[in-house]
Design a protein around this ligand. Structure first.
Ligand code: NAD
Ligand code: DAU
Length: 362
């Protein structure tokens, strides 16, 4: 068991869910969150957690002197690296930040770990878990699955930057014996996901009667996993994974985008119909499917992702627990209930509040 875990990007969607999960599943681990609070980082995601076991540091993973001093001061013996620019559409509009954070940031973290864990004992007990994506494998045709042996073939600036960081991580194992592990996961959904991603965007737009933009023909396929299942998989890899290995993580749940959007529409219609307060707040006369609008496709849009997660299932005994039906119900209800969370985001208020506390975002 590690004592002082550095969670980078812990104020983002999956990072915050992971911190919450670790606070529940462990009793003594101290968590140090390092997050630069980009537009996607939000301290509301960490609210209500036990401050004695959680330290938040606002800072950039590309800042080598800050990262090195944190390793020393906090006696970091494990890293879980979530910090990244994560949105494919943004990487198409502006790839530079993706190269900087995803590649250079990972490099800085690896170097700091290499310097700090400089004895056989430290190398024996420490762990560096790099959280990556299935998008590094490129796009599938109608059949087949990504396995850990699938050659890398990234298609977007986002996936190319993640692929590059994965290669650095691998190289640090082979060259320096750094105790690294990499996870490549499929699409996550659940509470605290920034409303630029497909599911929360569709939920909020459906509630508010705004257009639901479906890219291309809507038949691109993604493999969906509820975020707490991803967090449990990462914990298993941190605790029991074999050093230098990569583990694919997925939900065995392939869905076309249009199927998801239709499901969101029906579920939102159902919830609003049941509740007079919601019906008054979100008036919309027609079935919400009428809001669907097919729009120009994403450039280079990968057609299909599907993960073979046999390795983590058989080696580490992990498997997805939350069904898509249950996860979607919980997720949609979470967004309906936590209106103040997303209103602060949509209005930009959450940025202002934390800028006052921690200074302006670069
Ligand atoms: P997110 O965009 O919600 O959160 C990213 C977090 O990283 C934010 O809190 C942001 O402030 C922080 N950050 C960004 N740049 C930083 C920097 N230079 N220094 C410090 N902090 C910085 O992302 P997410 O969806 O939670 O994804 C987390 C990780 O999981 C990413 O590495 C992503 O590639 C990977 N991943 C995501 C998914 C998914 O479906 N969302 C699936 C597989 C893998
Ligand atoms: O596969 C894992 C990846 O999943 C992660 O590595 C990324 O960080 C994460 O953002 C996600 O990438 P995607 O591009 O698959 O997710 P996104 O939510 O942006 O889009 C999901 C699908 O929905 C994709 O086929 C594009 C489509 N889409 C998306 C948006 C935002 C639409 O049709 N309309 C939209 O408005």
């Amino acid at each position: 068991m590690r004592s002082n875990v550095l969670v980078t990007g812990g104020a983002g969607f999956i990072g915050a869910n992971f911190v919450r999960h670790m606070m529940e599943s462990t009793e003594e681990v101290k968590i140090i969150v390092l997050d630069s609070l980009t537009y996607a980082g939000n301290l509301d995601n960490l609210s209500g957690l036990n401050a004695a076991r959680l330290k938040f540091v606002k800072g950039d993973i590309t800042d080598a002197s800050l990262v090195e001093s944190l390793f020393e001061k906090e006696k970091i013996d494990a890293v879980v690296n979530f910090a990244a620019e994560s949105h494919v559409d943004r990487s198409i509009l502006g790839p530079a930040a993706f190269v900087e954070t995803n590649i250079m940031g990972t490099f800085v973290l690896l170097e700091a770990a290499r310097k700090a864990w400089n004895s056989p004992e430290a190398l024996e007990s420490a762990r560096f878990v790099h959280v990556s994506t299935d998008e590094v494998y490129g796009s599938l045709g109608e059949t087949g699955y990504f396995t850990e042996e699938t050659p890398y073939s990234p298609n977007s600036p986002y996936s190319a930057s993640k692929a590059s960081s994965d290669h650095l991580v691998r190289a640090y194992f082979h060259t320096y014996g750094l105790p690294v592990l990499t996870t490549n996961c499929s699409n996550n959904y659940g509470p605290y996901q920034f409303p630029e991603k497909l599911i929360p965007l569709m939920v909020l737009n459906a509630l508010e009667g705004k257009p639901l933009p479906v890219y291309g023909d809507g038949k691109n396929v993604r493999d969906w996993l509820y975020v707490t299942d991803h967090c449990k998989a990462i914990e298993a890899v941190l605790d029991r994974g074999r050093l230098g290995e990569t583990y694919n993580i997925g939900g065995r749940c392939e869905m076309q985008n249009i199927e998801i959007v239709n499901l969101v529409c029906s579920e939102v219609d159902f919830l609003v119909e049941l509740d007079e307060g919601l019906a008054l707040r979100y008036p919309y006369e027609e079935p919400r499917k009428a809001l669907i609008k097919y729009v120009t496709d994403r450039p280079g849009h990968d057609r299909r992702y599907a993960i073979d997660c046999q390795k983590i299932e058989t080696e580490l005994g992990w498997k997805p627990e939350v069904t898509f039906e249950e996860g979607m119900k919980q997720t949609i209800e979470w967004y309906v209930t936590n209106r103040s969370w997303w209103e602060a985001i949509l209005s930009g208020e959450y940025l202002k509040y934390y800028d006052e506390q921690y200074g302006n975002r670069g």
